[in-house]
Write a protein that binds this ligand. Sequence first.
Ligand code: XUL
Length: 519
Amino acid sequence: MFLGLDASTQSVSGMIIDPATGIVVAESSVNFGKALPTYNAPSGFIPINTDGVVHANPLMWLDALELLLSQLQQQSDLSQITAISGAGQQHATVYLNDSFEHALANLDSNKSLSEQIVGTLSRRTSPIWMDSSTAVECAEIAVSLGGEDKVCALSGSNATQRFSGPQIRKFSKNDPAGYASTATVHLNSSFFASVLAGKSSSIDFGDGAGMNLMELATESWNQALLDATAPDLAQKLPKLEPSATFVSTISSYFVEKYGFSASCRSLSWTGDNPASLVGMGAAQPGKLIISLGTSDTLFAAMPEALTDPNGFGHVFGNPLGGFMTLTCFANGSLARETVKNNYELSWDDFEREAIAAQPVGNNGKFALPFFTPEITPRVSPNKVVTNFWEFEVADSSTKVRAVLEGQFLNIRYNTEWLELSPDTVLLTGGASKNTGIAQCASNVFQAQTMRLDVSSSVALGGAFLAAIDQGFDYPTLVEKFCPADPQSCINPEANSDIYTAAKPELSSVITQLISEYSS
Ligand code: XUL
């Protein structure tokens, strides 16, 4: 059996799988706010939030891990677990002094993890991915490297406020003594992996790429990026290695306290998005995943380290080798709901309006879906679309289709740098159940769409990585644990190749409009 862990913003979750039978043996979760109210972090982070600062307490993460393991122990015999891997919220950094290694090697199972680790923190709290307080540091890093495009081409992303490098730079500037007493900067993922192994873990290429410090092409720390970030950073970073590298057999702390086998293999972790790619069955190139949620997110495996010339998309290491993109579109469900609510439609009406009433291409009417500031492309608050309702043809079906086609065309044109022509687009998230929305996606991408219903894809991805470590084959794991629903298969409508046939014209009109909005 294999254990996959998911240390996310609001909770720590675990899933135990038995790949031989294809069964999920146990699954559990601990919500930080509910289970650990004394940390005063109802949503998993400390609600101070001045100037975009968002931090969490790493001791709370450790207490939650202990609660989770005791819950899993009640559901299953943990001595049967052969290997563990996992994934953490990306970008979050944990700052440790030079007693960390010694504390890990000498954990006493009669005490809690948090009471033994507290003295090893050189910074009490960890900035997490929701933090947006490093605009100055991002600008400084970009200037040092000779421009945003240079940072993106090297590291896979523009200097980005939530990324670890700009966060480390801010700490080193604001608290030089705290930074000087930091012997190691771990990510949330490598911190958890270290505690489980009782030994400092490497950072994997998946999560390492979310730091603005790793050179994508060589998967190594880049000296120019390190120099632009903080002094002596090379000495403070763990080494970079492939995901799910063997760190050690599990620390005796967990053997004594939770009944793990002393031979259980503790592997390095990755970031939650790379693990989710694995757990959704899309870590081999050819499948595109679009998760339709509050924001829409596109995930895809990439064989090569291409980077977005516009700097909107991010490129991380793919835990199964090669690379992956994560490109986020902020106007997802919020834009769809705006149209639905404006016409007082139910989701069923919305579905009908989307497919039945208007022809493919919507008679040339499409709308840019930027009702709130957008990330891809960058649309600032003063450029959001406010005149959509005066759009000359006022019937609801035209507008439903206009916004859906606009959303998917925006996704398609802003991800062409990936050079992917997938034959299947897998849709997940709440809106993927809507056939009208799926049909529009299929038309615009000129590919069949299928619905993928995998809950807990991050923990499952971690468990897959642990199983692969013991020789299990990825396609077989995918077939057993996350098959796409063939009943949900939708093919492009007749004539919908206009999105490809008329592409030069359509694409230039749309890309022109998109760039006007984002300029
Ligand atoms: C990705 C990102 C988030 C976190 C959420 O860049 O910031 O998806 O990984 O946990």
